[in-house]
Design a protein around this ligand. Sequence first.
Ligand SMILES: Nc1nc2c(ncn2[C@@H]2O[C@H](COP(=O)(O)OP(=O)(O)OP(=O)(O)O)[C@@H](O)[C@H]2O)c(=O)[nH]1
Ligand SMILES: [Mg+2]
Length: 225
Amino acid sequence: MSTAQPRILDVRTRIVKDNDRVARNLRQRFDDAGAFVVSLVSSPGAGKTTFLQKTLTELRPKYRVAALVGDLATENDAQRLAQSGAPVRQIVTGTVCHLEAEMVEKAIGDWNLAEIDILFIENVGNLVCPSSYDLGEHLRLVLLSTPEGEDKPLKYPTIFNTADIAVLTKMDIAEAVGFDRSAAVASIESVRPGMKIIDASSRAVGGLDAWLAELEGRLAARRAS
Ligand SMILES: Nc1nc2c(ncn2[C@@H]2O[C@H](COP(=O)(O)OP(=O)(O)OP(=O)(O)O)[C@@H](O)[C@H]2O)c(=O)[nH]1
Ligand SMILES: [Mg+2]
């Protein structure tokens, strides 16, 4: 038992190192092509696909957008996202509980990145595994939905520490589920002081306005730099 543990850790460290190398190459490709890449992580069902479908639909008139989506099984999410009219590819991971940079690289395949302004990557719904894997993205969102508990950041600090923005989703049902926003904000603040927090609802009219303004601001700043 005590001899097996270090070997497992060695293998894991090597896998993560290999992933980081592929992710660095990917980020360079994205930069060279001028594609801004945003990934989304959250627990299962926090609202990633709904948020992304609406985001793609809102952005399509102004930007060339595309999406990759990871799940252990089914092409359901890709079919939902494709309703936006954007190019979408599903990554089926089988038994793997997170996306890896190599999976992203393969899924991009023959896409011409120079023809994409913003590429979104929806990770597998999981608050643990995705945190260790850089996908070459420029911006990582962690979604926390109102029904799932204000202390999730305290229980899963790493996923919040490896993300850039926390999005509080399903705000339209916040009152019905007794969501305590200040407690959720305090949880996020205690694991990641100063983290940007955005309220969102994919059901309410204008529910993604704050997020879309933030994204457009970051995109403009990137293009100006
Ligand atoms: N009330 C409300 N429901 C939402 C909102 N966003 C998503 N939902 C619902 O939450 C459920 C899960 O949403 P999904 O978008 O599939 O969640 P997901 O994070 O992509 O799920 P996985 O990919 O399985 O991890 C669905 O029934 C959605 O309709 C929201 O803003 N408000
Ligand atoms: Mg989904």
